[in-house]
Design a protein around this ligand. Structure first.
Ligand SMILES: NC(=O)c1ccc[n+]([C@@H]2O[C@H](COP(=O)([O-])OP(=O)(O)OC[C@H]3O[C@@H](n4cnc5c(N)ncnc54)[C@H](O)[C@@H]3O)[C@@H](O)[C@H]2O)c1
Length: 355
């Protein structure tokens, strides 16, 4: 295999401070013979100087467009819309393009037109289909933390990126805080474990449910908790955990609902009781019900802890980058890209141009 040249791009979304590779891991890549160019990015949580000190090259913001053709462009979230019209490189990022999301077909067409390829991080899996690098733990941690703060009347909007240390300080119970119960569903997964950890830090008693406990769903037990944090990864339709009618149940204790999963609009949605997500500016929406029910449904939770979430993600991704090649997980990513193109009737069938 020829030398791998990775090009870490600036993120187009202005609130995105995370990075898929942190400076300490950049050094590991370089010491292993990978070439790494890093674009200047004023918002990235790690300054460019730390990457330079690790031996990375430095490039201007957005200059990936003219990067050498064999380089692999590395990012996390979306590329700038429509520009450039054709994508000629191999790109590693979360494309959100294989489930008919808005803009998905347009993105895949840009790749097909330029002969490039999307190696989607969501589909970087081992041979059992398990995700190799994910942000779930911190999504769950944040989701449960925000739910606790809201329930205790201490959530301050707009939300801003913070550190775990600062966040944990706000989670400590203070005199006068009433005890309450919380339910985490999807508790055995990455976000579920994160949610459980945050509730533990906050001193909240939590019930943990996963597949076994929801098979015959006990809705009265669900509604008997004060706070619920939904962390499931739904892959097949199941009866919803909450229906509109459940919110009118007189015995409902549930007052604060955090939906980490955020499958709103999807046929797999287990919480079809709201129709749009919330965000950093207005993190909480009161669903028009009596007694009140507050909803938090933010789809970019880990960005609120950019340093911790980047560090964990990078630790998981770097071993895979050191093994970059046409087989294994990256081969599966490329196969999935071709399959998505075929599903759309896009003809490009080129293989990885530089193995
Ligand atoms: N809001 C955000 O910012 C954000 C960030 C990252 C991930 N997510 C989402 O969070 C969800 C969970 O991600 P993850 O990485 O923790 O996934 P995961 O695969 O690690 O865990 C999911 C868990 O859900 C359980 N589960 C699935 N169906 C269930 C059911 N019907 N009843 C009970 N448990 C069930 C699984 O057994 C598993 O333990 C995903 O939908 C993901 O897209 C959201």
């Amino acid at each position: 295999m020829s030398e791998l040249h990775l090009w870490l791009r600036h993120e187009a979304r202005t609130t995105e401070r995370r990075t898929p590779v942190v400076p300490a891991d950049a050094r590991r890549l370089i010491e292993s013979g990978v070439r790494l160019t890093v674009e200047e990015s004023p918002q990235r949580i790690f300054p460019i100087e730390e990457y330079e000190a690790a031996g990375c090259g430095r490039a201007a913001t957005g200059s990936w467009v003219t990067a050498p053709p064999e380089s692999v462009i590395l990012g996390l979230k979306e590329l700038p819309d429509n520009e450039p019209a054709t994508l000629t490189h191999r790109h590693i990022f979360f494309g959100h393009a294989y489930k008919q999301q808005p803009g998905a077909a347009a993105l895949l067409r840009r790749f097909a037109a330029g002969g490039g390829a999307l190696l989607d991080l969501e589909y970087l899996v081992d041979d059992q289909g398990r995700r190799l690098a994910a942000f779930g733990f911190w999504a769950g941690y944040l989701g449960a933390a925000l739910a606790v703060l809201q329930h205790r009347g201490r959530l301050v909007a707009p939300l801003r990126p913070t550190t775990k240390e600062e966040l944990d300080a706000t989670l400590e119970p203070v005199a006068g805080d009433e005890d309450f119960t919380a339910l985490v569903i999807g508790a055995l997964g990455r976000s579920g474990r994160g949610a459980a950890a945050a509730l533990d830090t906050a001193g909240v008693r939590a019930t943990h449910w996963d597949l076994a406990e929801t098979r015959a769903l006990d809705r009265p037990a669900l509604l008997g908790h004060d706070v619920m944090v939904n962390c499931v990864l739904a892959t097949t339709p199941v009866p919803p955990f909450l229906r509109e009618a459940d919110l009118d149940a007189p015995a409902r204790r549930l007052r604060t609902l955090c939906d980490v999963t955020c499958d709103v609009g999807s046929p797999l949605n287990v919480l079809p009781v709201y129709d749009r997500t919330t965000d950093w500016t207005e993190p909480v929406r009161r669903l028009g019900k009596e007694p009140p029910l507050d909803l938090i449904a933010i789809d970019n939770l880990p960005s609120l802890l950019p340093r911790e979430s980047s560090t964990d993600f990078s630790a998981a991704l770097v071993p895979q980058l050191l093994d970059f090649g046409p087989a294994g997980p990256w081969g599966r990513c490329l196969d999935r890209f071709h399959e998505a193109c075929r599903e759309l009737g896009i003809a490009d069938e080129r293989e990885l141009p530089h193995d």
